[in-house]
Design a protein around this ligand. Sequence first.
Ligand SMILES: NC(=O)c1ccc[n+]([C@@H]2O[C@H](COP(=O)([O-])OP(=O)(O)OC[C@H]3O[C@@H](n4cnc5c(N)ncnc54)[C@H](OP(=O)(O)O)[C@@H]3O)[C@@H](O)[C@H]2O)c1
Length: 368
Amino acid sequence: MSTTLLAMNCRKVFLTLGGGRGVTNAAFGSHFVSVPRRSIIDLSYSTHFMDFKGSSIPSSMKKLVVTKLSQNFREAVSLQIVPVPTPGDGDLLIRNRFVGINASDINYTAGRYDPSVKPPFDAGFEGIGEVVGLGLSASARFTVGDTVAYFGSGSFAEYTVVPAKAIVRVPSVKPQFLTLLVSGATAYIALKRLGDLAEGQTVLVTAAAGGTGQFAVQFAKMAKCHVVGTCSSDEKSGFLKTIGCDRPINYRSEDLAGVLQREYPRGLDVVYESVGAASSIWPSTAWPRRRARFFLPHFLSDYGEAMADMLRKCGSGELVCEVDVGEMTPEGHFVGLESVYRAVDHMYAGKNLGKVVVQLPAAVESKL
Ligand SMILES: NC(=O)c1ccc[n+]([C@@H]2O[C@H](COP(=O)([O-])OP(=O)(O)OC[C@H]3O[C@@H](n4cnc5c(N)ncnc54)[C@H](OP(=O)(O)O)[C@@H]3O)[C@@H](O)[C@H]2O)c1
């Protein structure tokens, strides 16, 4: 059995599970508590204002709200029409252009990150878009029209207020940059802080063609390791070859344990377990005793440096940032907040190749 083999031979395993406590409050939720507002653009006395492109910002918007705790995303989350939020003194109002889907979205809707947070609360962990409004303090570093991204709660909305200190500047509003905020950063920091990779080591990555796995494969290759990647289709295997994976294993057509026994009799040096809560292919009873867990919000001190390095590598083409915008699905591209449900289903059916991304309309129609 594959898991037993790995348990016996593997020297180090670490998990990047979507679990843990306090993601909302401890990591970034605290940025979203109500603070006295002193915004330079005050939406309270005007129905709308003009943004940098001259299109109006409506007084109301769509957003996805968790109204019931459930692992079933469709049951937990409802689409609501709410007022466009007003940025506080240190905040930016961002018009989201792309939002990222994470396997952890359903851990969040199930209330696993912080049991003290009760519905209703906002959904979505990451977005990329343009600044359309900002507070006085925030205007010291940002201006309307800046292209920015963020890792924080409440991104499944047409507009999100984000503290300026949580913002990552991006060269343009490309979905490829969005892939770095959670998925890229997780693989980068986990491998750097816990992987202890060395040239010539053998590294196995699970869900290797997914949002996070694609980066683990590439960073392990950059560390001159031999990389084995598991996935569920030949198409994904083909993609893994293009990003340097030495031995893609489609576990639906090949016996994972058999391949590892035959081709890696000396075992593996590191297993980057990117499936975890999402899968039962490695039962928890079979985990080796020596393992390390990684949870991104616990490593935010490494975040800025990781983002800067990845943005440079992504911009230069050194790092492939594959996005899955649903173009191959029967209903087509994931466009609009309504399609977030479909995008979550797509991921949980294991059909995604790369990071699942939903596009939001460039300009939200004003009803004014
Ligand atoms: N700890 C952290 O800070 C952190 C941060 C980010 C992500 N994560 C974790 O990393 C993992 C990957 O997250 P992601 O957002 O990048 O997702 P993803 O890898 O883009 O998508 C999930 C993938 O898991 C694989 N999978 C295997 N068994 C599955 C099953 N029974 N149901 C659904 N999918 C299954 C599928 O790939 P194949 O079909 O090819 O196997 C699927 O494409 C998740 O467990 C997530 O919680 C943790």
